[in-house]
Every structure is written in C-alpha cells, then in structure tokens.
Design a protein around this ligand. Sequence first.
Ligand code: GAR
Length: 210
Amino acid sequence: MSRAESKIDIAVLASGSGTNLEAIAAAIEDGEVPARIALVLSDNPYAFALDRARRRGIPTAVVELKDYPDRPAYDRAVLEQLQGAGVDLVVLAGYMKLVGPEIVEAFRGRIMNIHPALLPSFPGEHGVRDALEHGVKVSGVTVHFVDEGLDTGPIIVQRAVPVEEGDSEETLHNRIHEVEYEAYPLVIRLFAEGRLEREGRVVRVLPERT
Ligand code: GAR
C-alpha cells in the first residue's frame, strides 16, 4: 500500500492534556500518516484533549465510569463508541484506564498504547516518576500493542531518553514527550502501511514496499 492509496480510521483515547493527540493530528495533516481520526474518546469530560479535538473538528465522545453500574458496563459503552465509529485502530494516548477484556478481544492486534518508560520496567500510571526514583540512567518511550495486562503487550518500538543530572519528573517527562511526538505517528504510519508483523511477543517492522 502506498501512502496515497488508502487511509485507516483511528480512534484516540485520552484522559488528559492530549499533546500526543495533537502530534498525531499534525502528522496526519502534514501527510506523514495515512489516517483519519474518526473519534477522540475520553473518560474525563474536562480532558484538554477533547478541546484539541473539537478545535480540529474531530468527533468526540465522553464515557465516564460514574455513569455505569460497573466496569464491564462501562467497557461495553466504550466498545460501542469504537465500533460505531468503525475504526481500524485504537490509539491510547494518555488514557489512564486499563482497557477491558471485551475491548481487547474485539480489537486484538489493533489497539496500541504509548508509555513514558522502557517497558517492562516501570509500568502503570507513574512511569516517569518511578524510573527517576529508581535511579535509572536511561529511560524512554515504549509503543506497544495492548493486551489484557497493565502495559504488558508486545513491544512495537522503543526509544531511549537519557536521564540528566538534576532531572525532575517534569523535565524528564518533557524530553520524553518530545520523543513520543515522533514515535507515535511513526508507529501509526507503519500500522497503516501494513508493516507490523507479529510472531508471539515479537513485533517486526517490514521494509517499505516499493
Ligand atoms: C504521555 O507521556 C503518555 O506516555 C503517558 O501519559 C502522557 C500523556 O500525555 N501515558 C501513560 O503514562 C500511560 N501509562 P498527553 O496527554 O499530553 O498526550
């Protein structure tokens, strides 16, 4: 598939600021990623990611856990939104909830997440802080497929970010963010071009077709 031939539809799930969403949307606009953002979904009605989407004219949805009797009901509501939007790929970008098993099953191999540390080290909500407190000298970025676990799915791409003397969580996260803004659009492009091949836990990037 050449970049011009076909575009995939993606949903971006975000709970917070949405700077990764912004980077992905910008890369799409620049023609670097053959995709369309069909939906931005958040569990947080105040997520700035929603404002970013609205400004770009991207459809948004809010699905709040408090509006559902239990977690499975919440997950079904999220799944309905994703299926309703007819997306090919689900992109977690600062989505601070574990994705329910029904959603993982329905989109197996078609959900990815970005994590601000070198997995399998420092999974969870505070990857940057945990790595810093552990005293690592190199942290980084991981983009991985999502499975039922917490940040346990097959790794697609990793980038190292050295820790600098005197780094705070904020300064290190800022440098990690800069790397995320390159890595996530790249991985979405590779997916859209059909260049990610999985064998068990190992993901290979196939060469560009000519
Ligand atoms: C990103 O750094 C992402 O890696 C991280 O949240 C940030 C969201 O930033 N995700 C996690 O920690 C997931 N465990 P953004 O809202 O500005 O894109």
